[in-house]
Design a protein around this ligand. Structure first.
Ligand SMILES: [Zn+2]
Ligand SMILES: [Zn+2]
Length: 191
């Protein structure tokens, strides 16, 4: 499952935050994503940042604009590109989102901004990374064509609050796993 394949890897994680990523976080998330999906995953390093996605009135970044930008600027040989940021994300109808993905598409984005534990990343870095890994796996699931799952412990269950995030475990339930295998082998287009 975690067999290493030669580059290019199907999944690329790219830190696109304002500050440096939390220590070791991206490597942990990379390993988790690789274990869950059984696909090679690598870190991509590019200096570009989606500054145009910043909305000065809301003081947040438009996650939808970031998705378009990731497709444009990110590695073109990757099957999936996941942007990871410390900036707060929004879509117009919601106060914030933990992340967003194109259903059955190539791009996903997740943010640490609303996942920060009490005391911050230095005091409770493990919890932050665990939450970030779950949300990265969740958004990637959408990018493979998975929709929300009613099983609250499944990583594809809806995340409206940190309680939801902490309730789910990091993996796909049996039904989502089966569906994922179908989608992965297929055209990645959601019916
Ligand atoms: Zn979702
Ligand atoms: Zn599920």
């Amino acid at each position: 499952m975690s067999r290493r394949s030669a580059a290019p890897s199907p999944i690329c994680l790219w830190w696109i935050g304002a500050d440096a990523p939390p220590e070791g976080a991206l490597d942990d998330v990379r390993g988790h994503v690789e274990r869950v999906y059984g696909l090679g995953t690598r870190l991509w390093h590019g200096p570009e940042r989606p500054l145009h996605a910043f909305d000065p009135v809301r003081g947040q970044l438009s996650s939808t604009r970031i998705l378009e930008w990731l497709l444009d600027v990110g590695p073109h040989d990757a099957r999936k590109v996941v942007g990871v940021t410390d900036m707060d994300l929004f879509i117009p109808v919601l106060t914030f989102v933990f992340g967003e993905a194109q259903l059955g598409g190539r791009a996903a984005v997740v943010s640490t901004a609303r996942l920060m534990p009490e005391g911050g990343a230095t005091l409770n870095g493990r919890l932050l990374v665990a939450r970030l890994a779950k949300e990265a796996v969740h958004e990637l699931g959408h990018s493979f064509g998975l929709v929300h799952c009613d099983e609250v412990h499944c990583v594809m269950s809806r995340s409206a609050s940190l309680i939801d995030v902490d309730t789910k475990n990091g993996g796909l339930c049996h039904d989502c796993w089966t569906r994922y295998l179908e989608l992965r082998e297929g055209t990645e287009v959601h019916p």
